[in-house]
Design a protein around this ligand. Sequence first.
Ligand code: PMP
Length: 348
Amino acid sequence: MEHLVRSCYKQGGYVFAKKAANLVGDGRVARLASNENPESPSPVAIEAAKDAVLTANRYPDERVDVLVSALSAYYGDYNFVAGVGMDGVIETLMRTLVDPGNTVAVASPTFSFYGIAAQAQGAKVIAVRRRPDFSVDTDVLIREGRDAKIVVLCTPNNPTGNSTSFDDVQRILDGIGGVLFLDNAYVEFSGTDYLPLMRKYENLVIGRTFSKVHSLAGLRIGYAFVPVWLQPFYLRAGTPFTVNAVSAAAAAAALTDRAHAERYIAQVIVWRKKFSTDLKFPVLPSDANFVMVDVRPFTSDEVVEKLAAKGVLVRSCRSFTGLADHYIRVSIGEDWENERLIRELNAL
Ligand code: PMP
């Protein structure tokens, strides 16, 4: 019966990070493959989640008001939408805007789910190459993305770690005819704030997530700043009641615990620098909570396997289209995890 499956799902799909490693020495695995905050969620988020479970017999609020109100209190007067992770936001945005045959242009190499979600709507996906140093050539992106329904730009970029400047983003917004989806999953770890652009452009959507700095990856909750015209259509296109009440309550509460987020941001800043000085392999400059490491003469998968055998999980970058097969991505974890990574990678 497999002939019934859509051709776009006959192969491909999202490639997940390796999940199993040898339990060495103390029996702990250093989990540095998925860019998560190694600390448990904030106690206030956990309390809010527990409270929300008590009324889980009821459907959640379809507009996710508890979170939208918390986001407004935190950021000020913007229009927000929420989703099941930023992945859910990306999926609903594609559903809202993309007709079969439309073009979606993606500054690549980058996170793979944009292309997967766009193809699910029948889009033609154009991977617009970044420069060899992974910076974005705005002229090329504008030229190739001019007729696209959506142009996607991840900044700081996964997996390369570099940012696109505020001015370059503005230039792209001025030059394209469709919507720019700016993926800011890692923006809390960078020095750049793109939000002023929301006030100026009607074609900008900025995606964010609670999976990284806020320690809520397992609750699957993300959101976006959207222009006012888009909001009702996004709500119409979305799966009904898609964001559950427990996740929404936890996320709203997490925003109030700034110290929790700031602890991890401080950890990231210290260890990004340490990775670049202490690793014997070249480390690319990063504005995110991970670094990309050039592991030549080894291949990506070779290093992932060797490190897993030593109790360290990192991400192979082999599945990132357009990237040479000799990079790994290493998240910043707790001290002992980062120390083990340095020791084992340098011992290769
Ligand atoms: N965008 C980027 C760049 C990411 O790295 C991730 C997480 N892998 C996501 C979006 C999705 O995040 P979420 O967990 O909120 O779905």
